[in-house]
Design a protein around this ligand. Structure first.
Ligand code: ISL
Length: 560
């Protein structure tokens, strides 16, 4: 397998609005991020993924771009960005920018110009359809129709996300050229990587046929399966690679909802010169019911393990994966599938172990390294996410469901669970800033914060540092072949990684049960590399696992 720097990297995701407010406006900013670079360097991460910082009216908090060439006012200036980029580089780290290709803000100059009927230059930058009703029954990811009528344009426009995020028409040559030069602009400024947002949605079927609303995909809006991975999407990525990526020492990671491992291989097989790696959703949707994301069913470790194993084996040696359980769109996994009260530290460490020892690039989402948890605001007025607010409005005000019932769904799955301010210390507002932030701080910040974690050798933070150190020390973690162990076990996820004469054994108990497991006889006496409980000397054939216990062993295959 080709060895590259980015396959060996650990990536840290920053949601800039909630990371650190340096100028006292209650909103995170670029200077605030710069203040915390030494913290990130000491954590051991290699790449910093900056959520969107372009000018935006913030309907979707930066994912609605009104100018790709300007920095959002609240985050600072282009000089601040240049300084941050340089400070990241001089610490030997790299910067990944979030690139939103599928849509712009409706306040972007292109969209405003495209409203003018007959404006042939810009009309085809978006999907405009004349007529007296929506062209089909497609629904937005954020609820309601995916079509909005505009009086000025006297036509409907497509928006797969919020009504203020009109979809760009990637079949239009001039639009593609605009986007390629925008990407080169940022790469010329020193960007080392792109996270490509919702990028397998770029191609829309020409005939706009109705979808079957009864078949909402778990992670795609109803009818989303008609759109994801559209015909011609690979041609676009091969053109994008040729026009942009191949000309720079950079790497790409594509965020793709609704994609299978087979499709993931087609996107990331290096021989196809499209994309370098993929952040998929299948494993994060195992607790979504038939109605989609807001309908939560019990977590199934069996389903989870089967998906992980399928992706590990399908892409092994050819493609590459972004490994994650947390991000700005997901509730925090320690609350979602762990136990954030009695076993917050143990379960946070267990999830990290499970993810960091797989083949791929591990992503750490801000706050997961200190075991930050979900939030529960009593009032919908305290929530900020457009998807959450739309859900509440549709479910309560249109469908008539009770506040309590809908808030239960929101506590489980709202994206705001991951967007409360980073908890730096136990001072006011958790050290995020000096004024009331744009969204409330989690009340547990006096217990859960960076300062307390740094002072506690047994903290989640120190455990993450150890996991990252192991990755730097043992090539088997990056390049070793994956094979599952205890596949039938419903509470334990165990697997093996092998490279040359080394075998790694990773055992994670996803339950609160005490269990005995038999991993079989290793080739040689394994040594314990890391555990989230005080180590016990047992053979791999009779391991006693405590609630959410995780262990990593290393065995040498041939005794030389
Ligand atoms: O979080 C989801 C909806 O509940 C995902 O389906 C997500 O919206 C989708 O995968 C695309 O996410 C990306 O694009 C969105 C933005 O809101 C998300 O924050 C971003 O990660 C539109 O730009």
């Amino acid at each position: 397998m080709t060895r590259t720097w980015w396959k060996e990297a650990v990536i840290y995701q920053i949601y800039p609005r909630s990371f650190r407010d340096s100028d006292g406006d209650g909103i995170g900013d670029l200077k605030g991020i710069e203040e915390k670079l030494d913290y990130l360097k000491e954590l051991g991460v290699d790449v910093i993924w900056l959520g969107p910082v372009y000018k935006s009216p913030n309907d979707d908090y930066g994912y609605d771009v009104s100018d790709y060439y300007e920095i959002m006012d609240e985050f600072g200036s282009m000089e601040d960005w240049t300084s941050l980029c340089s400070e990241i580089h001089c610490r030997g780290m790299k910067i990944m920018m979030d690139i939103i290709l599928n849509h712009t803000s409706d306040e972007h100059a292109w969209f405003q110009a495209s409203k003018t009927p007959g404006n042939i230059s810009f009309r085809d930058y978006y999907y405009w359809r004349e007529g007296d009703s929506e062209p089909n029954n497609w629904e937005s990811f954020f609820g309601g129709s995916a079509w909005k009528y505009d009086e000025e344009a006297r036509a409907y426009y497509l928006h797969l996300f919020s009504v203020k995020q009109p979809d760009l028409n990637w079949s239009h040559d001039a639009l593609r050229k605009e986007m390629y030069s925008m990407m080169r602009f940022w790469l010329d400024k020193g960007v080392d990587a792109f996270r490509l947002d919702a990028v397998n949605l770029l191609v829309k079927p020409g005939e706009w046929q109705d979808g079957e609303p009864a078949e909402p995909d778990h992670c795609l809006a109803p009818c989303g399966h008609l759109i994801a991975n559209g015909e011609g999407i690979h041609d676009i990525f091969q053109e994008m690679n040729n026009e942009v990526f191949s000309r720079y020492p950079m790497f790409t990671v594509a965020e793709m909802a609704g994609v299978s491992a087979e499709e993931g291989l087609l996107y990331t097989d290096s021989a196809r010169k499209e994309l370098d790696s993929i952040i998929y959703f299948e494993h994060m949707d195992v607790d979504n019911g038939p109605g989609g994301r807001w309908e939560t069913i019990p977590f199934s470790l069996q389903a989870f393990k089967q998906i992980i194993t399928r992706w590990q084996i399908k892409l092994q040696g050819k493609g590459w994966i972004g490994l994650y359980l947390n991000n700005h769109d997901q509730p925090r996994v320690v609350s979602r599938w762990g136990n954030d009260i009695r076993y917050r530290v143990e379960s946070a460490k267990m999830f990290a172990t499970c993810i960091h020892m797989l083949q791929g690039s591990p992503y750490i989402y801000q706050g997961e390294e200190i075991g930050m948890t979900n939030i529960r605001f009593d009032s919908i007025q305290d929530y900020r996410d457009v998807e959450t607010l739309n859900y509440y409005r549709i479910e309560c005000e249109i469908k008539g469901r009770s506040h309590e019932e809908v808030m239960r769904d929101i506590y489980l799955k709202s994206r705001d669970n991951a967007r409360t301010p980073m908890q730096w210390d136990d001072s006011n507002y958790a050290g995020f800033g000096t004024v009331q932030p744009w969204i409330d701080v989690n009340p547990n910040y006096k217990e859960v914060n960076v300062e307390k974690a740094l002072a506690d050798p047994g903290s989640v933070l120190h455990y993450y540092r150890e996991l990252i150190r192991l990755r730097k020390r043992h090539e088997v973690i990056v390049y070793g072949d994956y094979s599952p162990l205890l596949e039938e076990h419903s509470d334990v996820f165990a697997y093996r990684r092998t490279l040359n004469d080394e075998t790694l054994f990773v055992i994670t108990n996803f339950s609160e049960k005490e269990l005995i497991v038999d991993l079989g006889e290793p080739a040689s006496e394994p040594s314990l590399l890391l555990a989230n409980y005080p180590p016990e000397e047992e053979p791999l054939t009779a391991l006693r696992l405590r609630p959410f216990e995780a262990r990593i062993y290393l065995a040498r295959n041939n005794i030389s």
